[in-house]
Design a protein around this ligand. Structure first.
Ligand code: KIV
Ligand code: ZN
Length: 513
């Protein structure tokens, strides 16, 4: 049985997705969930890229145990020193050093010859070896590189101390049989290959990242680099959930020994979607809303008679529970605590009381609450940043014959701060104008606003995800309430709270990203 290692790059390549911006606290939350799912390696970031990246990687390295923590570096000494500084406190740190190797990248981007690239790669791996023997080396744009050059380069970097050699399909250009062949050729032509593990890192520009990764496994790759929900540069990376569920569902075919906890997939996917604001298409494999839904009568009939007629996976395998009504207006703290414990949630006392209060309010209106509704109350609390401004009062008037107007008051430092009444093109615009006035944030641009019902029914909670740019930086906020104007105000306020928290210098005097 092959033992395939999962290297997750959600926090590095995934965070390079257009419009994605995670705070250090959010990255830590995602890292915790990745560790719970038992990935083998978490690539926590690219520390030289910004002080914010450095800080996040360091925080993860210091707090997340039982999994290797990797940091990315170019072949420059400054990059490697900074990456090592960020991960040196990790239980099992890994330096990930890369340089481009394709003719097109070497000529136009690096303006270097093959020999110069090889020399720099070897020197970088030797330099990194003073810190750790756990070094991964990546040949960026490997799939468009000359195979003979790759053989020579990999032989030398392995001699210099690389323990993992990574073969990226950086621009998502390869076809599965071609990529599989490249892995096989590398295995056969790099004389000291048995001293290193082969890894692949595929992009999804042609929709083939997962297929290419699986072809690589069939040809000798041991480590696969993935990102949750397939996020990443441009069309993204190999999707963690798709790769794992292929290996799990077709273990008869791949003959793999998987150590990951598949039942953590659903929660992790939802978390990453909420925090990044990258929504999941309904027909997305494994984690899309329709992935386990059957619409056609003939299918429904088949599944009722025997689930496996139309289902190749059991929804519970990815942690998707039946959305039953579980708690009601008579349920107390004990019942909510019990639900949370069974579902694997933990909150401090203050957070729990907050959720309980909102649970009671909602249960008063709806009588009975389903798993998804309760989880969305808890999720909201789990990922809430510290409040600088809190919503005290909100009133909105709107209609087709009147000017939409919002009156808002916000609390700051425990005191009701200021009130503002503004009109706008619509009720949401009016709310956002009033919040801007009170918080004194004017250089703000709404990039996206998304709303969806958490469950079915007209009394469902509405979930709002808002993305804004303030002073050139992106902030994401989300909230779920039965009143969508309330949810819209809270989601927007979260972005402004994040701006106030993360735009300030941190305790080391570093400007955040
Ligand atoms: O796509 C790529 O080539 C990368 C490398 C840095 C591994 O992300
Ligand atoms: Zn990449």
């Amino acid at each position: 049985m092959k033992n395939i290692k999962i290297f997750d790059t959600t926090l590095r390549d995934g965070e390079q997705s257009p419009g994605v911006s995670l705070t250090p606290e959010e990255k830590l939350i995602i890292a915790r969930h990745l560790a719970d799912l038992q990935v083998n390696v978490i690539e926590a970031g690219f520390p030289i890229a910004s002080p914010g990246d450095f800080k996040s990687v360091k925080k993860i390295a210091e707090n997340i145990k039982g999994v290797e923590i990797a940091a990315l570096a170019r072949t420059r000494k400054g990059d490697i020193d900074r990456a090592w500084d960020a991960i040196c406190e990790a239980e099992d740190p890994r330096l990930h050093i890369f340089i481009a190797t394709s003719p097109i990248h070497m000529k136009y981007k690096l303006k270097m010859t093959e020999d110069e690239v090889l020399k720099q790669a070897v020197e970088a791996v030797k330099y990194g070896s003073q810190y750790t023997s756990n070094i991964e080396f990546s040949a960026e744009d490997a799939s468009r590189s000359q195979p003979e050059f790759l053989y020579r380069l990999f032989t030398e970097v392995i001699k210099a101390g690389a323990r993992v050699i990574n073969i990226p399909d950086t621009v998502g250009y390869s076809q599965p049989s071609e990529f599989g062949r490249l892995i096989k050729d590398i295995k056969e032509n790099v004389s000291n290959i048995e001293k290193a593990e082969i890894s692949v890192h595929c992009h999804n520009d042609l929709g083939l990242a997962v297929a290419n990764s699986l072809a690589a496994i069939e040809n000798g790759a041991i480590q696969i680099e993935v990102a949750v929900n397939g996020i990443g540069e441009r069309a993204g990376n190999t999707a963690l959930e798709e790769l794992i569920m292929n290996l799990y569902t077709r273990r008869d075919y791949y003959n793999c020994d998987l150590t990951q906890k598949t039942d953590e997939i659903y929660r992790l996917s939802k978390l990453v979607s909420n925090l990044t604001g990258m929504l999941i298409q309904p027909n997305k494999a494994i984690v899309g809303a329709n992935a386990f839904a059957h619409e056609a009568g003939i299918h429904q009939d088949g599944v009722i008679k025997e689930r496996t007629t139309y289902e190749i996976m059991n929804a519970e395998t990815i942690g998707l529970k039946e959305n039953r009504l579980v708690l009601g207006k008579h349920s107390g703290r004990h019942a909510l605590r019990d639900f949370m414990e069974k579902a694997g949630y933990s909150l401090d006392e203050e957070g729990f009381e907050d959720v309980f209060k909102r649970f009671k309010n909602l249960a008063d209106k709806k009588k009975n609450l389903s798993v998804v509704e309760i989880e969305s109350l808890i999720d909201n609390q789990l990922h809430k940043p510290q409040d600088i401004f809190e919503l005290e009062y909100l009133s909105v008037t709107t209609g087709n014959q009147i000017l939409p107007t919002a009156t808002i008051s916000l609390r700051k430092d425990e005191v009701v701060n200021k009130k503002a009444a503004c009109s706008g093109d619509g009720p949401i615009d009016a709310i956002y104008q009033a919040i801007n006035d009170i918080t004194d944030v004017h250089d703000i641009k709404l990039i996206s606003y998304h709303i969806e019902a958490v469950t079915e029914g007209k009394d469902a909670m509405g979930k709002v995800i808002v993305k804004v740019k303030i002073g050139g930086k992106t902030y994401i906020g989300h909230s779920a309430r039965t009143d969508i104007t309330h949810a819209s105000a809270l989601a927007y306020l979260e972005t402004i709270n994040k701006y106030y928290i993360y735009n300030n210098k941190d305790e080391n005097g570093l400007e955040d990203k």
